[in-house]
Write a protein that binds this ligand. Structure first.
Ligand code: PMM
Length: 316
């Protein structure tokens, strides 16, 4: 494999994340009763914070806190409910030293989360769900993940119509970049995401992964969110054709992480962190051996001295 190694990095992130010579691991903290992969397990703020701290212990570099499920077919939650779910968790995780991303399509939620210390706005709609989003991103200077999206969860399964899924997704993301620039967002803030499972049938996801270097070559950091998604359930289907359940998809997720990292992904978003934390180190060692850099030893891919953040600041 001769992937290009980790892609460009967004500028406004904390220095300790820039020092990594490998793909970053974003741990998912869903504060929702109904996410498809882990619905309801960490629905109270206390449980969500404890889960986030556990993910940091397992090697997460940053945590993605979301209060609205994007499960296929799901309905929108009220803005106030989303704020009530997300903000206390963001605040407490930031206070414990975590780098926090907020998973929201709403500008008002993004702004409130950044005000409470979130560094990243992860918008699965790429700005299409809320016309005020780009202004918030421009004003706050937060890192912004623009995911490829064609419609909300209740309609997205009907929007899987592509000539060539990779070419079309890249073109639609390029249109988002143009709109972001027009709104005053700096390129250094922007991360792109092909949006696996969003308006993509099972078979549409594999070309997006296999041809990830094409998206990486567009020059922006790339985030990959394959974790526990339906296309992995179908890949791992039992003898009767029944998809593997979400919690049985973690080993396949870690395998995707290794391949995506070797293909140059900047970050992977995962529910089970430990397997992907290992996988990104394997990929870095693999790439390092090809380029003559020692990424497998005890030096470059580790944090310098920031054990506090890795343990959630629990020793402070
Ligand atoms: N997938 C989910 C939620 N947020 N954000 C990004 N950037 N990319 C993704 O692929 C993505 C996301 C799916 O929901 P889950 O949290 O229930 O897995």
């Amino acid at each position: 494999m001769t992937g290009p190694g980790p892609s460009a990095r967004p500028a406004p992130l904390p220095a300790r994340l820039h020092q990594q010579r490998r793909t970053l691991v974003m741990g998912v903290v869903n504060v929702t009763p109904d996410s498809f992969s882990d619905g309801g397990r960490w629905f109270t703020p206390g449980a969500a914070v404890a889960h986030g701290l556990e993910l940091l212990e397992q090697g997460a570099d940053l945590l993605d806190v979301g209060g609205e499920s994007t499960r296929p077919g799901s309905r929108r939650v009220a803005v106030q409910d989303e704020l009530d779910r997300v903000l206390p968790v963001v605040e407490q995780l930031v206070a414990r030293g975590a780098t926090v991303s907020v998973d929201t399509t709403r500008a008002v939620v993004a702004r409130a989360a950044v005000d409470r210390g979130a560094s990243v706005v992860n918008d699965v709609s790429g700005g299409l769900a809320d016309e005020a989003m780009y202004e918030v991103v421009a004003q706050t200077g937060a890192v912004y993940v623009a995911m490829h999206w064609r419609g909300h969860a209740d309609v997205m399964d009907a929007l899987d119509d592509y000539d060539d899924v990779v070419t079309d997704v890249r073109a639609e993301l390029a249109a988002r970049v143009a709109a972001l620039r027009a709104a005053g967002v700096r390129d250094e803030q922007v991360v792109l995401d092909p949006g696996l499972g969003f308006a993509k049938s099972g078979s549409s996801n594999w070309p997006l992964l296999a041809r990830l270097p094409e998206l990486v070559a567009d020059g922006f950091p790339v985030l990959v969110g394959a974790s526990r998604k339906r296309f992995l359930g179908h890949l791992l289907a039992g003898p009767g054709g029944e998809p593997a359940p979400p919690l049985a998809r973690d080993r396949a997720t870690a395998a995707v992480t290794a391949l995506a990292a070797a293909a140059g992904a900047w970050c992977v978003r995962v529910h089970e962190v430990a397997g992907s934390a290992d996988a990104v180190r394997v990929a870095a060692a693999w790439e390092g051996a090809l380029s003559g850099v020692d990424a497998a030893g005890d030096s470059e891919d580790e944090l310098p001295v920031d054990e506090d953040a890795r343990t959630g600041g629990s020793t402070r």
